[in-house]
Design a protein around this ligand. Sequence first.
Ligand code: GLY
Ligand code: MN
Length: 430
Amino acid sequence: MPRIEKLNNQIYIDRRIALKEKILAQYPEAQNGIILLFANFEQEQNIFKQDSSFYYLTGINEPATALLLDLADDTAIFYMPNFGDQRKKWVKIAINNDEKNLYGFTDIAYLGEPCTGYQCHPFFSANEYSNLLNRLQIYIDQKRPIYTFNPQRNSAYLEQRFILQRINSLINNFAESLIDISALVAQMRRKKTTAELELLYKAIDITMESHLAVARMIKAGKYEYEMQALIEYMFIATGGSIAFPSIVASGKDSTVLHYHDNNKVLEDNQLVVVDIGAEYNHYCADLTRTYPVSGKFTDRQREIYEIVLETQEFIANTAQPGYWLANKDQKDKSLHHIAQEFLEEKGYNTYFIHGIGHFLGLDVHDVGDYMQPLAPGDVITIEPGIYLPDEDLGVRIEDNYWIVEDGAICLSEELPKQPDVIEEIMRINN
Ligand code: GLY
Ligand code: MN
């Protein structure tokens, strides 16, 4: 399959139109406003990850770029660093000006004067951004509001906020002109379209194949990183990439939620929690299975495993529009609290130490307001777990679900999770 199947450019143009409409509906003064969106920066030693909301609204994977939408005259100017011919010698050829119609831009312009290298960094100079800064100063002096990603309360949009701070140090009254639209875009991103679901499905498919392969490889004497290597090989060999650090956690570390040292040798009688996700064209999967290293669950492991599986099945059958992932003020319709109650009856609620699930999409922990109930189009994980460090025993089972009018459809149902079937798959190598 092709490595990247890009969505049609019109999808991004339509999303920007929808965003403008939402902003105009919420902020009457926006008729005179500006929408300003920034891409993430690239660093030589890290794999570049585009800001997901920037990607959602542009479909463009170029670092250090920016998009300026003028709501008064409906123009869209896409800004690129002025690398001259440097960048195409080092990395790749950036977007050309003659592609502007393709992307629905009025113009493609340089951010400013020529840059010193082939990468731009968050400590950019005023000269490197002079064109954008001059234009912004004019808008600010005209008292036009600037709509951008600038949430104040959490760890989201760190690079965006860094860029905003940098710009604020270079021009006057910038910070005072900013209005945060991260919640509006999160609301848009929560509802997945069919085209997005197809990409999510591909990410899930790749992840399921990796689970099946790793289940056949698990054996005492092998190292956790050997499992990781197979998983990540499969992700890349099938056109995907790695959505988050792969968790291959055996023995006591099966009780450590985000263990990813992956450096221990597997031993018989242990469980190994494999929590992995491929990314396909920016969309993420997130699937967890728990395997017995010997290929056969002990009685105690099976007892705990079955409770976790029953919890997941119960929650998956309950999930539907109108319920919340977690809402402490509506416990009878909160999947997290329902799972806690279910586990309490079994005596294990205090060993379920994380949330029941999260939204899934362009980010593995996707944006979305948890205080808004589930609605058709949401994609979520359901991932109960029981963690017993005193017994070196942790079990988590995680699948991905699409919320529809009357319930939740499991997108990863082809990946076995019944303990007998897991043992059957593993028999081949033990
Ligand atoms: N897959 C890791 C997590 O959901 O936190
Ligand atoms: Mn998860």
